[in-house]
Ligand binder design. Structure first.
Ligand code: PLP
Length: 387
């Protein structure tokens, strides 16, 4: 029989969510699940109606394959809503940001040095290891570095994955931080893949929502983003990548031509249903629904943050995630404590990387945030944990 690909040996076993699931199963009380990264509000009816119409249309006319890079109308809508500085030709519609993380790395082949934030969304490192990266370099993003990479001490890299607002730390990069990063990418000649999947959660007008708000970024950065969290498309699957025309290889050839080749070779474009839904999502009615959803998730996060008064908490203001530091415990101890005392299911921060030790991640996506905040306030968690 065929031998297993040795790159699978490079991955850590995926025990984190399994272990959390097992702990949840054995818990004796009803749980408040604050661990989720999935949506908890249904799709807006205006979008669902268009999906139903489109599904019926499929039984009446032949629709067939669409353009691999997505419908022009949707590319135009994404560009005009998110990227006034770019053209619709630079947008590529996909079946989600996660799928683009893997596909994009096909552009660069094996043997590259890939930088990721520590703690990190594990998909960047896992895809890099599977696809034959020479090395994945973990760049500490901790309390000391204000949850951003230490730009002055960056190692040699080919590619840096950067996520802002960040999963899991909830930190949103400032204009100054991104300006310094773009400068470093020029000097050290690495490419940035900027994951803006949570950009719609940014409320502070001073914070950039796209890396292309930074001068020069079009020459050194690819951006990926998603309809998943803001529009409730986690199940429908829709996202996009941005590869600016100005982004060139060392030999001055444009990168976008190869990206188009990869898309045509590995992908035939997202489902026509999801794309029709995406067009409505970016219309007036869809954008109104997005605003309501973001407000709901952020107000959940705010209540949670208030309940952890006195703790060091990152995120929750411009991000659905809260990253909470427990000075007296490691991540699993804090997880067990919250579970045993309050029936709260969290995610131990150490599951996202070494620098996550001592933290837990809570999520404003949870519909339990209000009851949880109520319980935490009543039982004065601060007194139990902070002393
Ligand atoms: N990027 C980050 C940072 C995420 O946290 C997630 C999902 O949790 C994704 C991408 C996945 O996005 P999509 O649903 O578009 O594949």
């Amino acid at each position: 029989m065929i031998e297993r690909h040795p790159n699978f040996e490079r991955l850590e076993p995926t025990y984190l969510f399994q272990k959390i699931h097992e702990k949840a199963q054995t818990a004796k009380k009803e749980l408040l699940d604050l661990s989720i990264g999935d949506i908890s509000l249904p799709l807006d009816p205006s979008i669902a109606e268009v999906l139903a119409e489109e599904a019926l249309r499929l039984s009446k006319e032949i629709v067939g394959y669409g353009p691999s890079r997505g419908y022009a109308k949707l590319r135009e809508a994404v560009q005009s809503h998110y990227y006034p500085m770019l053209s619709p030709d630079e947008i590529y519609i996909s079946d989600g940001a996660k799928c683009d993380v893997g596909r994009l790395q096909l552009l660069f082949g094996t043997g590259r040095k890939i930088g990721v934030q520590d703690p990190t969304y594990p998909v960047y490192s896992d895809t890099a290891l599977l696809l034959g990266a020479q090395e994945v370099i973990y760049l500490p993003c901790n309390r000391k570095s204000e949850y951003f990479v230490d730009i002055k001490n960056l190692p040699d890299l080919d590619i840096l994955f950067l996520c802002s607002p960040n999963n899991p730390t909830g930190a949103a990069a400032t204009r100054e931080q991104l300006t310094e990063l773009v400068k470093a990418a020029y000097e050290k000649e690495f490419l940035i893949i900027y994951d803006a999947a949570y950009a719609d959660f940014i409320q502070n007008p001073e914070l950039p929502k796209s890396i292309y708000e930074i001068e020069g970024a079009q020459n050194i950065a690819i951006e990926i983003s998603s309809f998943s969290k803001s529009f409730g498309f986690t199940g429908l699957r829709l996202g996009w990548s941005v590869v600016p025309k100005a982004l060139k290889y060392k030999n001055n050839a444009p990168l976008y031509k190869d990206w188009e080749r990869i898309i045509q070779t590995f992908f035939n474009g997202p489902s026509c249903l999801a794309q029709k839904g995406g067009i409505v999502a970016l219309s007036e009615v869809g954008l109104k629904a997005k605003k309501t959803a973001i407000e709901t998730y952020l107000s959940n996060a705010k209540r949670l943050k208030e309940s952890f008064r006195g703790f060091e908490v990152s995120g929750g203001d411009n991000s659905p995630y809260l990253w909470i530091y427990f000075p007296q415990m490691n991540s699993w101890e804090a997880f067990e404590f919250l579970l045993a005392e309050y029936g709260i299911l969290s995610i131990p921060g150490s599951g996202f990387g070494k620098e996550g030790e001592g933290f837990i991640r809570l999520s404003g996506f949870s519909k339990w945030c209000t009851s949880c905040a109520f319980i935490l306030e009543k039982k004065e968690i601060q007194e139990c944990l902070l002393l």
